[in-house]
Design a protein around this ligand. Structure first.
Ligand SMILES: Nc1nc2c(c(=O)[nH]1)N[C@H]1C(S)=C(S)[C@@H](COP(=O)(O)OP(=O)(O)OC[C@H]3O[C@@H](n4cnc5c(=O)[nH]c(N)nc54)[C@H](O)[C@@H]3O)O[C@H]1N2
Ligand SMILES: Nc1nc2c(c(=O)[nH]1)N[C@H]1C(S)=C(S)[C@@H](COP(=O)(O)OP(=O)(O)OC[C@H]3O[C@@H](n4cnc5c(=O)[nH]c(N)nc54)[C@H](O)[C@@H]3O)O[C@H]1N2
Ligand code: SF4
Ligand SMILES: [Mo]
Length: 809
């Protein structure tokens, strides 16, 4: 075997480090590093092997090459063969290998006894959990994640909805993309974006609707900014409630008031109609108009005539929109003129600004509506694109359906035929699946933290791959009360100690990323597979194994639901001789590829909504494939880049240019929605005079459990802070770096002030990132949520900023 030049190996590492370092240090430069030209095909060298995996972090879904030596991940490089990132990574991606090696990895199951954690065996842990579930199956809840792999989510889903007949399973993605889902369903009758990342290579105008991709989807954003360095013209229009690094790259910045997006979308649609430059032919052939019912609005609303739509929208003149949104009327006209121009291509991007919104479903639907009405849809570069945040929010949550109301492949528990299909795929007895949706996240935690005697009917909760003790809104109402409730039992599987393990009764050590097999699904419908490359530390084990082991223990206890129609264990895997492999014993878990078995079973669910997946082995060969993936006559598998467009989507009916084949009106049409503007749920007043917005920073992943253990990232961003406008600070006699208290009606948080920092909020607004577990801003945030998606609004509530009282000496 060819030896890898040791110099080259250290070069790989040092290039990555240097690039990351320079990015971290740079302030206005965009957070992108260029591909390491030394890395071409990453041949294996003595002792060092390279393998592909998607990055552990964001929904962009970059591929990394992972270098393993002596059972450890020693190097990471951008994967040049990957279409998503073409060899690039952002600072988190370059450091992703290090997340495995924090000093305080959890390595054994720990049970809390009289307040003290003691080590127990896995057998004891699984036995304890199974017995609690056995004793009270209907009061058990599973709180999961968009960072679950597809097989992990699928196993949890089958365990709960099929095995236990209990629908109390919901993920952190409820806090993240639930409004995107309801927006897609209300508009197209089916979830997930029609376009793909190629839209970013081909658009003339890119509009960001209150998101910050320069920090949150950095490699994706660089696809656009790189075009400029090649001499192409791309106009970036940033709409937001504060200036960010995305604003730094923007040609236009439109600063809006919170909720202003709703007025802006209405204003654009009003002008397209008023100026008579909407796309009449597209609308006539492919769209209906829709509005909410006067009483008891539903997700699908009711059809309204074009005349009615015109009447309702006529009041949203640029002047009214200016009043509601704070964006000058002539800028609204500018946006409407761009959409009225069919010679250019426009891509819209959004993420949490539009989803964490009490009008989340409405604003998502209406941004789709702006694109549909103007015909900026379905040509490469013309796309309304909702970005997902987590690496598998699409793959695991939306597609596998790990939400309280859903079943795999776009099915719902409320529909008898969907239940029957799922029971058939699972070879389960009829009526195994409960028809009543379970609790959504906010409700689930309300019921868990309320005393059982007062109707708090969730008594045992299993949390996997998420950290609700830091990320739920209004922690004092939804999490902290657990502390005093002795009859509630919290089980947490994590890789490090967290704010959630603080209150856990049982802590389970989990295998992380390339310590296990996995499959993720990213923002552009791309399903990506990887293999286990190194062993987890100590007794840490796969989350999927935990679920299967608990299910098997229930099977042993005689729990009927854990048997299929033939009396077999619901997760039974048999070898070639028909003998069952005891995958519930960890020493046998990798005797077969459990991921592959689960994936092949799950794949059957995916054709109903035309989200067809290829066989597992196709993903082993590829750097991900975008669904629907359809088998060709020659036996190869073809992915789909542009859904609903005849030139690319194999499911569009013959002779149609576009076909919304899951249309809720069952006529192949998409719905253009009208929603009346409504103000935010809580607004600044005399007592709490400032807006609080919360979010993220480039260097850290959410609660920082992984990234704060990476020295270069932690050094670059060591502490949370509150961004404040200079004039507000001056008026309150607050200096740069001074510690202040942020107070809302729900709680408080102490933070140092950053004036003219990386993000610059306007007067009257402060911004706080939530990565720092020593400064829990979710003590202050609001749990008010969208009526359809149940997604809370973390982007706006009312607070006051107080100087810390001087300690008297
Ligand atoms: N570095 C890093 N990257 C990440 C993550 C991470 O933790 N770290 N997390 C990933 C995840 S899960 C997610 S969900 C994404 C989030 O990605 P983004 O949504 O891009 O980021 P946030 O910081 O949550 O959102 C902040 C923005 O919300 C906007 N906003 C505030 N109020 C409103 C409003 O009323 N309407 C609109 N339209 N906008 C408003 C503001 O303009 C502000 O800039 O990032 C993903 N990528
Ligand atoms: N204030 C405020 N709060 C927010 C938001 C906001 O914008 N503002 N955004 C919301 C959004 S969009 C999101 S997505 C959520 C994210 O919220 P969370 O999901 O709660 O945050 P993470 O830090 O991603 O938590 C993942 C946890 O899983 C652990 N982990 C990593 N890998 C594994 C594994 O393989 N197995 C197991 N068992 N554990 C693992 C990590 O150590 C970490 O503790 O936060 C929400 N909360
Ligand atoms: S952009 Fe996202 S997926 Fe890509 S390297 Fe950075 S964190 Fe990882
Ligand atoms: Mo998210």
């Amino acid at each position: 075997m060819k030896m890898m030049d040791p110099d080259r190996r250290s070069l790989l590492k040092s290039v990555a480090m240097a690039a990351a370092g320079s990015m971290v240090a740079g302030n206005t430069s965009l957070p992108i590093v260029h591909a390491d030209q030394a890395v071409r095909d990453l041949p294996n060298a003595d002792g060092l092997t390279w393998n592909k995996a998607p990055c552990r972090f964001c929904g962009t879904g970059c591929h990394v090459q992972v270098g393993v030596e002596d059972g450890r991940v020693v190097a990471v490089a951008g994967d040049k063969a990957a279409d998503v990132n073409k060899g690039l990574l952002c600072v988190k991606g370059y450091h992703v290998g290090g997340i495995l090696y924090g000093n305080d990895r959890l390595t054994q199951p720990l049970l809390r006894n009289n307040g003290k954690l003691t080590a127990i065996t896995w057998d004891e842990a699984i036995e304890t959990i199974a017995q609690r579930i056995f004793d009270s199956p209907s009061t058990f809840a599973f709180y999961g994640s968009g960072q679950w792999t597809i097989p992990e989510g699928y196993a949890a889903q089958k365990f709960m909805k099929g095995g236990l007949g209990n629908n109390h399973i919901d993920p952190n993605a409820r806090l993240c993309m639930a409004s995107a889902v309801t927006g897609f369903l209300a508009t197209y009758g089916v979830d997930e974006p029609a376009g793909c990342y190629q839209d970013l290579d081909e658009c003339d105008v890119l509009i960001t609707w209150g998101n910050n991709p320069a920090e949150m989807h950095p490699v994706l954003f660089s696809r656009v900014t790189d075009r400029r360095s090649r001499g192409e013209t791309v106009r970036i229009i940033d709409i937001g409630t504060r200036r960010t690094r995305t604003t730094d790259a923007a040609s236009d910045y439109l600063e809006m008031k919170p909720h202003g997006d709703v007025a802006i979308a209405l204003g654009i649609m009003h002008l397209l109609i008023e100026n008579d430059n909407y796309d009449k032919s597209f609308v006539e052939k492919h769209c209906n108009f829709r509005g909410a019912e006067a009483s008891e609005p539903t997700l699908q609303g009711e059809q309204i005539s074009e005349d009615d739509f015109r009447k309702r929208i006529s009041k949203y003149t640029p002047e009214l929109v200016e009043e509601l949104s704070g964006v000058p009327a002539d800028k609204i006209r500018m946006l409407a003129d761009l959409f009225g121009n069919h010679d250019i291509r426009i891509t819209s991007l959004w993420c949490m600004g539009m989803n964490q919104h009490t009008m989340g479903t409405a604003i998502n639907s209406m941004v789709h509506g702006v694109h549909l009405l103007s015909g900026h849809f379905g040509r490469p570069g013309d796309a309304p694109t909702s970005l997902t945040g987590q690496p598998s929010a699409c793959g695991t949550v939306r597609e596998v359906g790990t939400l309280a109301h859903a079943l795999p492949g776009g099915r719902v528990v409320a529909k008898p035929e969907h239940r029957q299909q799922s029971e058939a795929f699972w070879n389960m007895n009829p009526n195994s699946i409960n028809a009543v949706p379970g609790y959504h996240t906010v409700k689930m935690f309300e019921q868990f933290t309320k005393p059982t005697a007062d109707g708090g009917d969730i008594t045992t909760m299993f949390v996997q791959v998420t950290n609700p003790g830091q990320t739920l809104p209004n922690l004092n109402a939804l999490f902290n009360d657990k502390k005093d409730l002795d009859d509630k039992f919290l089980i947490v599987s994590d890789v490090y100690p967290t704010a959630t393990t603080e209150l856990a009764d049982l802590i389970l050590p989990a295998a992380l990323w390339v310590e296990k097999n996995g499959v993720y699904g990213n923002s552009e419908r791309r399903t990506q597979q990887w293999f286990k490359m190194v062993d987890p530390p100590g007794q840490a084990r796969d989350d999927c194994w935990m679920t299967i082991a608990i299910a098997h223990k229930l099977f042993e206890l005689g729990y009927e639901g854990m048997k299929d129609k033939d009396g077999d264990f619901i997760f039974a895997v048999k070898d070639d001789e028909g003998e069952e492999i005891p995958i519930w014993e960890f020493e046998h878990y990798y005797a077969t590829n459990v991921d592959k078995h689960l994936f092949e079973e799950y794949r059957q669910f995916t054709t109903m909504k035309h989200k067809n997946l290829a066989p597992y082995d196709e993903y082993v060969k590829a750097r991900g494939l975008r669904w629907p993936v359809v088998e060709q006559e020659d036996g190869s598998w073809r992915e789909t880049r542009f859904r609903f467009s005849a030139f690319d989507d194999p499911f569009v009916k013959e002779g149609q240019e576009f076909d919304f084949y899951h249309s809720s009106s069952e006529d192949g049409r998409a719905q253009i929605w009208f929603h009346e503007y409504a103000p935010p749920p809580e607004m600044p007043d005399d007592e709490y005079p400032m807006w609080l917005c919360t979010g993220r920073v480039l260097e850290h992943w959410h609660t920082g459990t992984m990234t704060r253990r990476l020295a270069p990232l932690n050094r670059a961003m060591p502490t949370a802070y509150v961004e404040m406008h200079l004039e507000d600070a001056k008026a309150a006699n607050i200096r740069q770096g001074e510690i202040v208290t942020i107070e809302s009606r729900r709680g408080t948080c102490e933070l140092p002030v950053w004036i003219d920092g990386r993000g610059r909020p306007p007067r009257g607004t402060v911004f706080v990132p939530f990565f720092d577990e020593t400064k829990l801003i979710n003590n202050c945030t609001l749990e008010a949520h969208d009526p359809f998606s149940k997604q809370p609004d973390y982007k706006k509530c009312a607070v006051r900023v107080k100087k810390l009282a001087k300690v008297k000496s």
